[in-house]
Design a protein around this ligand. Structure first.
Ligand SMILES: Cc1cc2nc3c(=O)[nH]c(=O)nc-3n(C[C@H](O)[C@H](O)[C@H](O)COP(=O)(O)OP(=O)(O)OC[C@H]3O[C@@H](n4cnc5c(N)ncnc54)[C@H](O)[C@@H]3O)c2cc1C
Length: 317
């Protein structure tokens, strides 16, 4: 898992900040032992809800705020074919609801949610079904990028779909991976639609940049290469430095900014006010646990949230 450097408030004395950072790191390591109901409560802001109606209501609210959305049906590392089939059906319902509601939203899919761990062909067939349905309703599918063990298969899947003539599909690249500039080069004949992000999965030094500034620099290099070679770039970040680099590098209408539901919404509002396109990632579903853990592990105030939740439960007793 990715554990970014924490940058605390300047008002907090250095020693206290150091102590907080140690506490944060300890809590991040212990998160998997935190009871699920507690994780659910403090991760609530990152998830639209468990049902499609929850996601649709969230998308409608975001649209009213001038933001578009990408809906993600939660579920990953699926090991049973029926579970993957259920996720395919859920996306079908998502497309219908987006169309019926006249909403501004596409979808994001995870290869392991659509069966990659059951075999490449299973995932390939399922993703193709979702992309074909999207094409029928004039929608778009973004294939999320998961941990490095899936990168080759995910890129292969994307290329094969594009070679079938399916253009309503995009890919994600992770700036932290050392291979990413090479991947941009080898995808360039497809003029891909790419979301660039730092990459949430903690990968070993041999294949990934691991320092905070190193990852930022790699992000800017990837963004520059994409602006040259891609058809469209989704600049996915909540890092103010990268947002301002995004504005500097992508001086065209072939880009948008992207953020996660519940993360730095006021920064998103600023982008919209400044006339930038912004898309919010809206996850929903009953399989909320793994996604929530990843989001909490990236929250620089995780210690405060856990402490706050514990204190309020003690008080309510
Ligand atoms: C739309 C979108 C789609 C993504 N898709 C993928 C994907 O397909 N594959 C993948 O590997 N990764 C994906 N990511 C995650 C991404 O790789 C990063 O892990 C994540 O965005 C955090 O990196 P950052 O650029 O925001 O920088 P950070 O330095 O991590 O964050 C910048 C600041 O944002 C705030 N912040 C960040 N996260 C949180 C949080 N959870 N809670 C509260 N505050 C927070 C903090 O103030 C932090 O200092 C996606 C991110 C976005 C926005």
């Amino acid at each position: 898992m990715s554990v970014p450097l924490r940058r605390g408030s300047r008002a907090v004395p250095l020693e206290s900040r150091a102590a907080l950072a140690v506490l944060d790191r300890a809590i991040v390591r212990l998160l998997p032992t935190v009871p699920r109901p507690v994780v659910r409560r403090i991760a609530d802001r990152y998830i639209a809800g468990e049902e499609l109606d929850d996601a649709i209501a969230t998308v409608a609210r975001l649209n009213a705020e001038g933001k578009s959305a990408t809906v993600d049906v939660l579920g990953e590392e699926v090991r049973r074919r029926e579970e993957a089939d259920a996720i395919v059906r859920a996306y079908h319902d998502v497309f219908e609801a987006i169309r019926d509601g006249g909403l501004g939203s596409n979808v994001s899919v995870k290869p392991t949610g659509l069966g990659l761990k059951l075999g490449y062909d299973v995932a390939r067939a399922n993703v193709e079904t979702v992309v074909r349905h999207a094409a029928e309703v004039r929608n778009f599918v973004r294939i999320d990028m998961e941990d490095a063990s899936t990168t080759d298969d995910t890129l292969r899947l994307y290329r094969e779909l594009r070679e079938l003539g399916l253009d309503n599909v995009g890919i994600v690249l992770q700036a932290r991976l050392r291979r990413t500039l090479g991947d941009i080069e080898s995808l360039s004949d497809l003029r891909p639609n790419v979301r660039i992000c730092k990459g949430i999965y903690l990968e070993p030094d041999a294949i990934a940049f691991t320092g905070f500034e190193e990852i930022r620099a790699a992000y800017v290099r990837a963004l520059e290469a994409l602006v040259e070679s891609a058809s469209y770039v989704g600049i996915a970040t909540h890092d103010e430095f990268l947002i301002s680099e995004g504005k500097r590098v992508a001086r065209n209408d072939r880009h948008e900014f992207q953020m996660l539901l519940g993360v730095r919404p006021s920064l998103g509002d600023d982008l919209v006010r400044a006339g930038e396109k912004l898309r919010i990632y809206v996850p929903f579903g009953r399989q909320w646990y793994e996604y929530s853990l990843r989001r909490l592990q990236e929250n620089p105030r995780i210690a405060g949230y856990i402490a706050g939740d514990t204190i309020s439960r003690v008080l309510s007793r």
